[in-house]
Design a protein around this ligand. Structure first.
Ligand SMILES: NC(=O)c1ccc[n+]([C@@H]2O[C@H](COP(=O)([O-])OP(=O)(O)OC[C@H]3O[C@@H](n4cnc5c(N)ncnc54)[C@H](O)[C@@H]3O)[C@@H](O)[C@H]2O)c1
Length: 356
């Protein structure tokens, strides 16, 4: 199979779909890999390293899309990339379609086979291709929260960890999964309690609990997820009005639409805005700013699936692996992920009816 790796073009997105090591692995399996020149620059990988790993270099994204049967990317295709997709071509990347009806419309119109990293599942019940980036974003959320709590950056002027004799910041984390610890799943709360014990309070997430804890918080981190669906709005605009001026909100769940009513997507170029005195950080591609760590972690997780798609062909790979099949969001002009179909108001089609 011909695998294509274009350079990422989202604002300040420096990750890349495949590292040279992954290219070497794919070519050793008998696949051809076409990489856009400069695609690995953000992680310090040169065109020469890609060529040495067996890739053919292409001058433009258009050339990559035209040559490849399978496109491996990181972020959702931007409008100009969507125009390059063709019927039957396989796209393997993060999509986050639930809050993005325009992208869904374009992918449906393209006729391509679009597999979203974030809805691929594992036998253990997790999301193996989302988890590595949530590990990165979860750690970053505390770093950026600490940064924006500083006075010069618009915050309350509180040192996140405090000092002996002075309290640390009060941090509330909504969602006790990989990013976060204020959950509605008792098993998640038990796991966190066992892991952290006393320094961490876990709270069953109810409207009352959210109001009580968020109103008095210095930093609130949003990390809830209902796989494939738009994020539930746990914090209303009215509750944000009751927060302290200078408090900070880091809405990691913004890629699924965000869990604060006041959230709207931002970029690494202009990451924050203020609503009712509360600093909002809502960057949709947080791991893109630590691309070396993120690309390696992502490739560790995606490579077995890339090889399955390339070696077996998408139809066989999806028929044989129900977990990879859960990643199929759009196929041959149909929406094949139920929560996405519900969120964007389109008809759901069972993927099995499209696989032969
Ligand atoms: N902004 C970024 O750059 C970035 C990067 C990585 C991940 N993310 C996003 O972060 C979010 C969280 O990812 P994750 O891997 O931690 O997910 P996860 O599935 O591991 O955890 C989500 C948790 O939210 C809980 N939850 C769902 N609804 C809830 C509610 N109403 N109240 C309280 N808890 C609720 C679930 O029980 C689950 O434990 C996702 O939207 C993901 O896409 C964003």
């Amino acid at each position: 199979m011909r695998i294509g790796v274009p350079k990422e073009i989202k604002v300040h997105e420096y990750r890349v779909g495949l590292t040279p090591s992954s290219v070497r692995e794919a070519t050793a399996h008998g696949n051809a890999v076409i990489v856009e020149r400069g695609a690995g620059a953000g992680i310090g990988m040169t065109d020469g390293q890609y060529a040495a790993a067996g890739a053919t270099l292409a001058a433009s994204a258009a050339e990559v899309f035209a040559a490849a049967d399978l496109i491996v990317k990181v972020k959702e295709p931007q409008p100009q990339e969507r125009q390059l997709l063709r019927p039957g071509q396989v796209l393997f990347t993060y999509l986050h379609l639930a809050p993005d009806p325009e992208q869904t419309r374009d992918l449906v119109a393209s006729g391509a086979v679009c597999i979203a990293y974030e809805t691929v599942t594992s036998a253990a019940g997790g999301l193996p291709l989302l988890a590595p980036m949530s590990e990165v974003a979860g750690r970053m959320s505390v770093q950026v929260g600490a940064y924006f709590l500083e006075k010069a950056h618009g915050g309350l002027g509180i040192l996140l960890g405090g000092v002996p004799g002075v309290d640390p910041a009060k941090v509330v984390v909504l969602g006790g999964g990989v990013v976060g610890t204020h959950d509605r799943n008792p098993e998640a709360l038990n796991r966190l309690w066992a892991q952290f014990g006393r320094p961490l309070n876990t709270v069953f997430s109810t409207r009352d609990a959210v109001e009580r804890h968020v109103a008095g918080a210095d930093l609130v981190i949003g990390g809830v997820l209902i796989p494939g669906a738009a994020a539930p709005k746990l914090v209303s605009a009215e509750l944000v009005r009751r927060m302290k001026p200078g408090a900070v909100v880091v809405d990691v769940a913004i890629d699924q639409g965000g869990c604060f009513e006041t959230s709207r997507p931002t970029t690494h170029t202009d990451p924050t805005y203020v609503v009712d005195g509360v600093v909002h950080y809502c960057v949709t591609n947080m791991p893109g700013d630590v691309p070396r760590t993120s690309t390696l972690a992502l490739n560790n997780a995606t490579m077995p699936f890339v090889l399955a798609l390339a070696d077996r062909g998408w139809q066989h790979a999806l028929l044989e692996d129900p977990h990879l099949r859960n990643g199929l969001n759009v196929c041959n002009g149909h929406v094949t992920c139920q929560p996405v179909a519900e969120a964007v108001g389109r008809q759901y089609v069972d993927p099995l009816t499209l696989l032969h």
